[in-house]
Ligand binder design. Structure first.
Ligand SMILES: Cc1ncc(COP(=O)(O)O)c(C=O)c1O
Length: 485
């Protein structure tokens, strides 16, 4: 950005917020700024300068009548009453929470399940015969059954509780990968994988001599599935793919990929972090060998995720972590191990969080995943179409069409405005929470020629009115940053 414009920006900011320190406005393609996936670094000065006094208030009624976009009361209007956190003001504006791909909010039912566990039956699992321990064990194992039913696993022993999806992927990489991969074996991934699906395989490839092969995007800006098919050979031992991209909003045909992979004798690990919370996922229909997801993205607590693995695969895998709970017998010179899933759950697990995940699954199932999916498809289209009205915007990923559905999220850049400046201004001036950075997808951003983007991601408790508020705020943000030209 030219320095005169920078100065103009700064002076306009000063008018807006007299105590504003120097403002740094960055071009998204500049390599000087690479915000991490969890922080937005470039504009701490902007953040500090524009902050209004924090206020929080619970709105009287969550259901707003006459949503102009919906015409009747939508799923978003009905369900948002279940999420206390959504009914507050942030920086003097009504909160519009559009960072759901990072983490979802939690309904009262989940908060109550957590509180009830700690108030009424907190105890360690699998270890005690007393009343509280039995009750906690039953609830913990019931949560496993709920996860199994939710993704249609054939039995609950195919579900391993982990602390998040990242740990679940590491479990497969270190247990299955280290014991299976040999030099020259190939692991096929796409460049659109989340870091948590790339880095563990890099680490294991370094140890085993296996080779990682990456599929680029095709002309629609989706992972190139044809190339992936061509890349598969008898050397391929595992295909590691996301189901729904957390940046491109594209959806991969997992059933086909699994068929192709199985044809060459390879396994498939599906990163379902962005699909399981938003649509019905059936592991038996997909025939996936491994599938992972995180509780916190599907209305459940943080600190909890799960790995689904076919029984025969889990049974043949060595432990990932050693300790209590995962053993059969311990001698001084060796140990024998419990059957899965215990073999992979060393130490005291996140008991309350597992129970909270079970409550989240009850809640989502009560609404119906098909209903959630259909509503989100409508929101996805509405978000994409309305964002196109923003001047100089570039939305990443495929263009929605009759046979191309996008997830309800958009990653974008606006020419000459750093995404972190956009996210900061939206938060400070409009109470709109979006994400900026590389969304733990640096290789993908590099491929797209930028090192950061802004991302708005929706969930079923969002409404078209949220999208309207966001797009209005974004237009205001863009005109603020471009009004000095
Ligand atoms: C596609 C995808 N995979 C994996 C992850 C990692 O999830 P977690 O940080 O909960 O382990 C995320 C989180 O953003 C994601 O979006």
């Amino acid at each position: 950005m030219p320095s005169t414009l920078l100065q103009l920006c700064c002076s306009a900011m000063e008018t807006l917020a007299p105590k504003l320190p120097s403002l740094k406005v960055l071009n998204p393609s500049s390599s000087s700024s690479s915000p991490s996936c969890s922080t937005a670094r470039s504009s701490s000065s902007l953040r500090a300068g524009l902050r209004r006094p924090f206020s929080l208030s619970i709105s009287a009624s969550a259901v707003r009548e006459g949503d102009p976009a919906v015409g009747s009361v939508s799923l978003g209007h009905v369900t948002r009453t279940d999420f206390p956190i959504l009914h507050q003001e942030v920086n003097g504006s009504k909160l519009v929470y559009l960072d759901n791909a990072a983490t979802s909010q939690k309904p009262t039912a989940v908060l109550k399940a957590l509180q009830n566990y700690y108030e009424a039956y907190n105890s360690n699992v699998h270890r005690g015969i007393h009343f509280l321990s039995s009750k906690a064990t039953d609830a913990y194992e019931l949560a496993r059954k709920k996860v199994a039913a939710f993704i249609n696993a054939s039995e609950s022993t195919e579900i391993v509780f982990t602390k998040n999806a990242t740990e679940a992927i590491n479990l497969v990489a270190y247990s299955w990968g280290l014991s299976t991969l040999k030099p020259e074996d190939e692991v096929v991934l796409t460049i659109a994988e989340h870091h948590s699906a790339i880095v563990p395989w890099q680490l294991v490839a370094q140890k085993t001599g296996a080779v990682l092969k990456f599929v680029n995007l095709d002309e629609t800006e989706s992972p190139d599935i044809e190339k992936l098919r061509q890349m598969l050979s008898r050397k391929t031992k595992i295909v590691v793919v996301h189901h729904v991209s957390n940046m491109l909003a594209s959806v991969l045909p997992i059933e086909e990929i699994v068929l192709w992979a199985h044809d060459v004798g390879a396994k498939v690990l599906v990163d379902a972090c962005q699909s399981v919370p938003h649509m019905a996922v059936n592991v038996q229909d997909l025939d996936a060998d491994f599938l992972v997801a995180s509780s916190h993205k599907m209305c459940g607590p943080t600190g909890m995720g799960f790995l689904y693995g076919k029984r025969e695969l889990l049974s043949a895998m060595p432990p990932f972590l050693g300790g209590g709970e995962m053993i059969s017998d311990v001698f001084l010179d060796h140990s024998t191990y419990a059957e899965p899933p215990s073999r992979f759950e060393a130490g005291t697990p996140a008991i309350g969080e597992a129970i909270g995940l079970g409550a989240a699954i009850d809640y989502l199932s009560g609404i119906g995943m098909q209903k959630i999916h259909e509503y989100e498809l409508e929101l996805a289209k509405y978000l994409y179409e309305n964002l196109l009205s923003v001047p100089n915007i570039r939305i990443y990923g495929p263009v929605p069409s009759g046979n191309t559905n996008r997830a309800a999220l958009c990653s974008f850049n606006v020419e000459n405005i750093h995404p972190t400046d956009i996210a900061t201004f939206l938060d400070q001036q409009h109470g709109v929470a979006i994400r900026s950075g590389h969304h733990c997808a640096q290789p993908l951003h590099r491929y797209l020629g930028v090192n950061a983007s802004a991302r708005a991601s929706l969930y079923f408790y969002n409404t078209k009115e949220d999208v309207d508020d966001f797009v209005r705020a974004l237009n205001d943000t863009v005109s603020f940053f471009t009004s000095f030209k």
